[in-house]
Every structure is written in structure tokens, then in C-alpha cells.
Design a protein around this ligand. Structure first.
Ligand code: URA
Length: 423
């Protein structure tokens, strides 16, 4: 008989675990037969000693098998999803899902909520009056067939072990382990049933992973897991030292997404959306130019139908926060750095993000970045606008944003947004 202590000591001592042992341990934990402290010890052993490719495949498969796996193969369109590892101002899903649907694919974006300084897609969409994040599986199928895109909360039935493990990792210092992150993300995406997947792996100050080599390792690991499970997967590393776009918050990110869907908006948001759309379409074999579908209004039309299908009013006026503060440049110069982490933390402290999963978020709070790297500014020129629902939050945001910008005296070239592609 397998015992939890034998499993923990084996991994602690750097020995490989048998497939049956991994499946037994995870399932026994799910049934409540292995205690939290024992699973915590195993997670810490994995944190230090890692998992081989075989162990990770079995670990991930066990997580997938712990719940339901949607069957999207009966849809008339090819399915493809995108997952981002999380960034500041990352509203790409709101534009990308309807855009790729307008190109002929079905996009099942089953998402989570934001935690900490990176925002959550569901929190953003929930600022649209009437919009509903929770759908039944039948509603997901129906909307994918009729509209082609759905962004909704991932049901509790998908990879349920991940929920328990993630909560435990959060309080045991074991979140930042590549095999644990990779299995957590990929088990949910595999269970969702998508045929293809593009991973936007963010690297830099505002990302979960700050180091380029680690980002490559995470991307490579996730691509291999996807392919092992029959999901055609490609990863794109993207820079997250600078916030994406100008708007960081909830309602203001929805408004900026609509600007891009209507042919305007910030150039970096458009560039990344089109690059990810092209990769998604490549995986589905659809030979369509996404830029044309963005510019002719068909992506915006799908967006409107996608919002309306979930009870939202795409024409509703979005919330704004009443307390506004303008941050100005202390001197003349060239913007050398707009720190994504500082801006993300400022938006969070202004009220746009949450510290604990049960906290509410403010719809109108956030930051608007009025300058980006390479811009010339004069002394006293507005560089950020801060929005909050009260003075206390505004003060917290002001204190954080102070260090977010550096000015230089020489011209500064912005870094490229698109880095390596893996897979
Ligand atoms: N997102 C997830 O879903 N899981 C992780 O472990 C990290 C980010």
C-alpha cells in the first residue's frame, strides 16, 4: 500500500515517483485522505526537486481526470483558445476572442479572476451592466455555435484538484514552481476541450515570471504538456516591462478594448492582438487576415453579440470613479521606463484589484498612462491619470505611482513587444 510519507520522502530525496503513486497521492488528497500538511510537504519537495517530463505528464493527466472534460468536437468550427500568464493592462482577450471568431473559429475562453497586481478578464467584463460570467456547459456550447466566442468563468467541474492545490500553494510559498504552474494552467485548458491553444507567456517587471530563461522553460513545458494531451499548442513570449495600452483597471480597459475593436486604440494592443490572432488562425488552418476583420467592423460586431448573449448591454455607459488625480512630469526629458509592476500595484491599490479572492473590485478605479517609453515630455506635463472611489484609495495609488517613471536626457528606443515563439 502506498503511504503519503513514502511519497513525500521519495520526492524529498530526489527520487522519481511512479505514475500510479502520483495518481494515488493526488486523488487521495482530493478525497481528503491525505492531509493538507502532507500535500504541502510534497509540493515543497516538488518545488525544490522538480518533476521529470513523465512525472509531470501523469501529474497533469491526473488533474484533468479529476473532473469533467468538455467535448467541443461536435461544434461546426475549429476551436482555439488563448491563455495569458497575466500582465498589467492585458485586455487582449476582450478583443482577440471576438476577432478570431469573426475569422471563422470558435473561441472557448474559460477564465479565472484577477489576484494581486494583474487584472482578471472576468472582473473587466463584469463592469458591463447585466453581463453574466457564469454559464452552464450547454450555454457555452450554444454560444460557441451561434456567436463563435465565449468568455466566462471556468466551472468548478474542470480540474477540481487544481483548485485545492492552488489554494494550498498560495499559503505555502510553492506557487513559483514551473511544473506546478504548468500543470495548473494546462490541466484547466485541456479539460476545457479546446483543440488548439496559444499561450502568451509574459516576461518582465509586471509579469509573474521576471526572468527570460524561466519564461522559456515555462513556455516549453506547457507546449509539451498541451501536445501530449492532443492540444495543438504554441507559446509566444511577450514583453511585460511596460503596461499594455494606456488603460489599467476594469471599466477603462473595456472602453480601450472597444476603441481597438472600432479601429483605434493603442498601437501595442492592436499589434499583440493581431499577432496572437494570426498564430491562433495558423493552428486552426483558417486562411483569413485578422487585420481585415478588425478593420471592417466584423470583430466589433461579434463582440457586441458575445456581450449581449451573456446578458450585457454593449452600449451601456460604463462606471467611472469620482476621485481623479493627475501626475505630472517633474522635469523635461525622454521617458526611459514606465514600470509595469508599479503601475499595476498602483491600479490595484486604487481599488481595481483584489488582495484576497473574495474581495470586491472597483469598476471605475485605475490608471491611465498618458506617456510611454521614448516619448519626450516637458516639465509639468500630465503623465498619468489616477481614478479612485474615495480619497483613501487615491492616496494609496499616488504613493505607489511616484516611482513608476524614469526620465532620460537622450533618445530612448522602446523594446520589442513580441519575443520568442516556442512550438
Ligand atoms: N495561473 C494558474 O492557473 N495557475 C498557476 O499556478 C499560476 C497561474
Amino acid at each position: 500500500m502506498t503511504s503519503a510519507i513514502d511519497v513525500i520522502t521519495a520526492k524529498r530525496d530526489g527520487r522519481a515517483l511512479e505514475d500510479e503513486t502520483i495518481a494515488w497521492m493526488l486523488n487521495a488528497y482530493d478525497r481528503g485522505e491525505v492531509a493538507d500538511e502532507q500535500m504541502s510537504a510534497l509540493l515543497m519537495a516538488v518545488f525544490f526537486n522538480g518533476l521529470s517530463a513523465r512525472e509531470l505528464r501523469t501529474w497533469t493527466a491526473t488533474m484533468v481526470d479529476s473532473g469533467e472534460r468538455l467535448d467541443l468536437s461536435r461544434l461546426s468550427r475549429p476551436t482555439v483558445d488563448k491563455h495569458s500568464t497575466g500582465g498589467v493592462g492585458d485586455k487582449i482577450s476582450l478583443i482577440l476572442a471576438p476577432l478570431v471568431a469573426a475569422c471563422g473559429a470558435a473561441v472557448p475562453q474559460l477564465s479565472g479572476r484577477g489576484l494581486g497586481h494583474t487584472g482578471g478578464t472576468l472582473d473587466k467584463l463584469e463592469t458591463i451592466p447585466g453581463w453574466r460570467a457564469t454559464l452552464s456547459n450547454d450555454e457555452v456550447y450554444e454560444q460557441l455555435e451561434s456567436v463563435g466566442a465565449v468568455i466566462c468563468a471556468a466551472g468548478t467541474g474542470l480540474a477540481p484538484i487544481d483548485r485545492k492545490l492552488y489554494a494550498l500553494r498560495d499559503v505555502t510559498g510553492t506557487v513559483e514552481s514551473i511544473p506546478l504552474i504548468a500543470s495548473s494552467i494546462m490541466s484547466k485548458k485541456i479539460a476545457e476541450g479546446t483543440g488548439a491553444l496559444v499561450l502568451d507567456v509574459k516576461v518582465g517587471r509586471g509579469a509573474f515570471i521576471k526572468d527570460h530563461e524561466r519564461a522559456i522553460e515555462l513556455a516549453t513545458t506547457m507546449v509539451a504538456l498541451g501536445r501530449d494531451h492532443g492540444v495543438a499548442t504554441i507559446a509566444q513570449l511577450t514583453d511585460m516591462n511596460v503596461p499594455l495600452g494606456q488603460a489599467i483597471g476594469n471599466a477603462i480597459e473595456v472602453a480601450e478594448s472597444v476603441d481597438v475593436l472600432r479601429g483605434g486604440g493603442p498601437a501595442d494592443v492592436r499589434e499583440l492582438t493581431l499577432a496572437l490572432a494570426a498564430t491562433m488562425l495558423e493552428l486552426t488552418g483558417l486562411d483569413v487576415d485578422p487585420a481585415a476583420r478588425l478593420d471592417d467592423g466584423s470583430a466589433y460586431e461579434v463582440y457586441r453579440r458575445m456581450i449581449a448573449a451573456q446578458g450585457g448591454d454593449p452600449d451601456a455607459v460604463l462606471a467611472t470613479s469620482g476621485y481623479v488625480y493627475e501626475v505630472t512630469a517633474p522635469r523635461a526629458g525622454v521617458v526611459q521606463r514606465v514600470d509595469a509592476l508599479d503601475v499595476g500595484v498602483a491600479a490595484w491599490r486604487l481599488g481595481a484589484g483584489r488582495a484576497r479572492k473574495e474581495d470586491p473590485v472597483s469598476a471605475g478605479a485605475g490608471v491611465r498612462c498618458l506617456v510611454t517609453v521614448g516619448d519626450e515630455v516637458v516639465a509639468g506635463q500630465p503623465i498619468f491619470e489616477l481614478y479612485a472611489d474615495d480619497d483613501a484609495h487615491l492616496e494609496l495609488g499616488r504613493a505607489t505611482i511616484a516611482s513608476a517613471v524614469s526620465l532620460a536626457d537622450e533618445p530612448v528606443a522602446p523594446s520589442p513587444l513580441l519575443l520568442e515563439r516556442i512550438g
